[in-house]
Write a protein that binds this ligand. Structure first.
Ligand code: NZQ
Ligand code: ZN
Length: 386
């Protein structure tokens, strides 16, 4: 096992009817910016619960944060924070709204002239304006981690930043919120969380038995509950397991003491930036090609995953490893998620070259668990995903 430090300061408040606890969790006298997305909270009862709990607080609302939170929109919210001396940001939504809140938390205290530098330079924030979340979509783990991904339409970029100051103070997770999530977004959430586990697991054996089993148990739970939540999002027991699995998949715990990859996300983000493809779907496109391209280096872990998660008992290490990739593709297909780029756009021909160029320009010259996948490797992986 590798050396590690672990601190996660986010308080989780989990369960039915917990949104009302906002009133006691928010700092007294807070001037709150209530940040939300395109309006789903106005039709599913979440907004009413939040407003009821915010009685007595001074609240300024900012709605309209789009999926893949857009820099230009967030700059308007930043102006409100500054003009109205906001002291606390409350994100009510999925990963996009929570990531938007993280950007605002950082930008509110940032002294540079150009807030985009936070993303382009990947500035690490030790401190931000305090913020919290009411999660409405299990997927990203943003409710209990310190990372944020922001998009900029003007330049077709999608970049991330973070730091120890970017953990939510608290997050409220009521699994009942998933009842109103459309099937497409439920499938995205399952796929995103599943791939988060893969990114922190599908590397090389390091004999961190506990971390491996944490990772395998999260994947097994997602596989078990996926058909249940897809068939009936009102199944509270399945919704609760789904929601907590997504949080546990990316709250820092399973990556401690082990190598991590994250190349699938690095490539996937480019597909969203270029074509607007949903985040989770870009991962389903890249992951199988990435694992096949890096097969020799990942085959032991692929085979272990095949044995323990998919119960593949027959064959050599190589055969189990290949079958495990096929099982993963079938799992995504079972959620109606396509695993080839051509299923999402017919203008994909120069994609690989474009992404290769972008990585070279940004000096991203070595990614993956060995930090040695070059832009030319990225090009080949993306080509394999056409
Ligand atoms: O905007 P509204 O109207 O609220 O609708 C949203 C949105 O259209 C809808 N939705 C959310 N909760 C709902 C609901 N609809 C009905 N009922 C509910 N209860 O779902 C749509 C998608 O929401 P979004 O927040 O965009 O989804 P997700 O949580 O998947 O977040 C995706 C973003 O997170 C980033 C992605 O890149 C992407 O920008 N990621 C953030 C990470 C992190 N911070 O750690 C890690 C991830 O790998 C990921 O990169
Ligand atoms: Zn993700």
């Amino acid at each position: 096992m590798l050396n590690f430090e672990f601190k996660n300061p986010t308080k989780i408040i989990f369960g039915k009817g917990q949104i009302e606890k906002l009133s006691t969790e928010l700092p007294a006298h807070a001037k709150v910016l209530l940040l939300y997305g395109g309006g789903s909270i106005k039709t599913n009862g979440v907004y009413e619960q939040v407003i009821a709990a915010l009685q007595g607080f001074e609240v300024v609302e900012f709605g309209g944060v789009p999926a893949n939170p857009e820099y230009a929109v967030l700059l308007k919210a930043l102006q409100i924070i500054k003009d109205q001396s906001i002291t606390f940001i409350l994100a009510v939504g999925g990963g996009s709204v929570i990531d938007g809140a993280k950007f605002l938390s950082a930008a509110a205290l940032y002294e540079g002239d150009e807030p985009w530098d936070i993303l382009s330079k990947g500035i690490r924030f030790e401190k931000g304006l305090p913020f919290a979340s009411v999660l409405t979509l299990p997927a990203t783990g943003s409710e209990m981690n310190s990372g944020s991904v922001i998009s900029r339409a003007e330049t077709q970029e999608k970049l991330s930043f973070g730091g120890p100051g970017m953990f939510p103070v608290f997050s409220i997770l009521d699994p009942q919120v998933i009842q109103s999530i459309p099937p497409r977004q439920l499938a995205n959430g399952i796929t995103d969380a599943f791939t988060h586990v893969l990114e922190q697991y599908m590397t090389y054996p390091i004999h961190a038995r506990l971390q491996d089993r944490f990772a395998e148990s999260i994947m097994q739970t997602l596989i078990e509950v996926a058909p249940l939540v897809m068939a009936n999002p009102a199944d509270y027991s399945a919704a609760a397991d789904f929601m907590w699995s997504c949080t546990m998949a990316l709250n820092g715990l399973i990556q401690k003491g082990v190598p991590t990859d994250w190349a699938v996300h690095a490539m996937g983000h480019e597909l969203t930036a270029l074509y607007g493809i949903d985040h989770a779907r870009t991962l389903a496109v890249i992951a199988p090609s990435h694992y096949r391209y890096n097969f020799e280096r990942k085959k032991e872990k692929l085979a272990q995953y095949g044995e323990r998660v998919w119960h593949i008992t027959e064959g050599t290490t190589e055969e189990k490893a290949e079958q495990a990739i096929v099982k993963t593709e079938e799992f995504f297909h079972s959620l109606h998620i396509q695993t080839k780029l051509s299923a999402y756009t017919d203008q994909f021909e120069n994609t690989a070259e474009q992404i290769e160029q972008r990585f070279t320009q940004r000096n991203w010259l070595g990614i993956g668990e060995y930090k040695d996948l070059k832009p030319s490797d990225v090009k080949k992986i993306v080509e394999m995903s056409y």
